[in-house]
Design a protein around this ligand. Sequence first.
Ligand SMILES: *Cc1c(COP(=O)(O)O)cnc(C)c1O
Length: 212
Amino acid sequence: MSISDNIQSIKKELPNNVTLVAVSKTKSEEEILQAYNSGHKIFGENKVQELIEKYENLPKDIEWHMIGHLQSNKVKYIAPFVNLIHGTDSEKLLKEINKRAKQNSRIINCLLQVHISEESTKFGLSSSEINDIMQRSSEFENVNIIGLMGMATFTDNISQIEKEFCSLQQIYKNHTNFTTLSMGMSGDYKSAIKCGSNMIRLGSVIFGNRNY
Ligand SMILES: *Cc1c(COP(=O)(O)O)cnc(C)c1O
């Protein structure tokens, strides 16, 4: 199956309210164009340098999402064009995004990343840290916090994955102004949708396995 066939067959199965982010990290511009030419416009990358290069070389109507861990000192490079930052995981980062958005006369959409997995290596905030940040969200005038993002434990245990996704959905539901719940990757997106995800981030089921 080609990249465009993969994307079309996945999109056909998705509920209408679920947005697909095609995760193109490590993939070539030619491969991204195959997806783009089949009508897909939303792509996610996890490295700032790679994101900038692809942004510069590819069509300007692509909506670019930063899905990876973002260091504060790199925000300035993506602030002029990024559409959504999924991995906002500290107040320091939020302050920096706000500052750089202001310099670019933009409002930047962000998701707060929540730590739901068992793995300590994954990043993210706790439910109470999210409450604290949301109470002071008006301080960040050039940031629009539109929802949450999370990653489940890397495991074959579906009931554990669904438990983690549903715990994220509970936190999401506590904030009635949120619109976007980003959870689900190639291996677990069906579980994520069951637990209320409305934005999934798929790489390998679209582009094939990554060669690092
Ligand atoms: C790589 C990545 C994905 C996509 O992973 P696949 O398993 O290839 O679908 C999704 N989200 C994040 C944050 C990633 O880094």
